[in-house]
Design a protein. Sequence first.
Lengths: 304, 152
Amino acid sequence: MAMKNKSLVSINDYSKSEYLKILDLAEDFEKNPVRDLMSGRVVATLFFEPSTRTRLSFESAVNRLGGKVIGFSDTDSSSVSKGETLYDTIKIVSNYCDLIVMRHPLEGSARFASEISKVPIINAGDGANQHPSQTLLDLYSIKKTQERLDDINIFMVGDLKYGRTVHSLLMAMSKFKTTFNFIAPDELKMPDEYKLFLDSLGLRYFEHRDFTDIISEADIIYMTRVQKERFSDPIEYEKTKNTYILKNHMLKNTKPNVKVLHPLPRVNEIDPCIDINPKAYYFTQALNGVYVRQAIITSILGLI
Amino acid sequence: MKDKILVVSAIKDGTVIDHIQAISLFKVISILGLDKIDKTITFGTNLESKKLGRKAIIKLSDIFFKDKDINKIALVAPDAKLNIIRNYEVVEKKVVEVPDEISGIVKCMNPQCITNYEKVVTEFDVISKKDVKLKCRYCEKITDQENMEILK
């Protein structure tokens, strides 16, 4: 398989058929997540900045497959705090394991690591750049809830300017017949480069400041956090913040198949009342992350 | 008249790089590593040019470039023209073209890019040649002409 021994740094490293392969494998892992496929294998999780969900999800994936995990969850407990370069850390750690899962605050750090490491790298987030396993679990969640990946009308809501998850998801969904609706304040609109990219593929997209009137068209509502610090004018933030909060009554006239997704953590952009609405899917989405990561890890290690 | 003689003074074999914007001369020298070559090289700068205002010229005796190497200067001297000289005659004229890939010449403009922290040779894919846009292979961000900084 082409994925074997190949690092996963960017969502653009995989083809459409490789996405579908991962999603099929993830479906198998969902049916049977505890399998002794990784006996004797060691995965290093190097988290140069903290992340609860992603790290635990990767570690859970490895543990359920019978593998072992080594690593660190913040730089205070590693030699990075003594000033060691990323180059040296990767050179050394790649001697100790079969696969490295890393998160690092600097963009491009995972690509750099993949060039110097003896073992494959899975990028679990490099600054604001890429987080491909998140995108694959988003795809899995869309496929599972909609039973298809083509002809989806996806609403992306909130911070579309800085949000790395929406950018990667856009790139991945552009391989399917997707209609995009971008709902964001002017200060956080989808960057032009992504819109030009969709233009070049002839895919449809629409931009809105508000989504209450159009929400009935959505198949997927992908919520993201609107952070106060992204606004140059705090008054502008106060004026706009409530526009991008999803409330239960807004889901009333939506399609029966609609699902609300969120990469998490959320702050206040999804009203907790929605949690018990069957259209809320974000917690199951996080669970899907374990199966998708099992699929990615076993594909890269050539275990299936 | 004296200046004119100097400018047109001929070389027997080698390369003349003409139509360099005067402001870019030292960048061209640096990119081509001319400060480390022991052959005879003549530089002229702030010469009058109808097209460029002030231009610079470099005459290199017994030096010939591969297209791959000379095209590196297209980023800072897009109008540069090359005259290849053999036995005092111009045997070939060439223009420079922005290459498809740029390695180790340009600084990534993203302050959060790993290439600005660790010892990494920058690598870019050229996604636009006319209004130059470079995509960093590490952080995937775009460095445009306006924000381009030459590394050496």
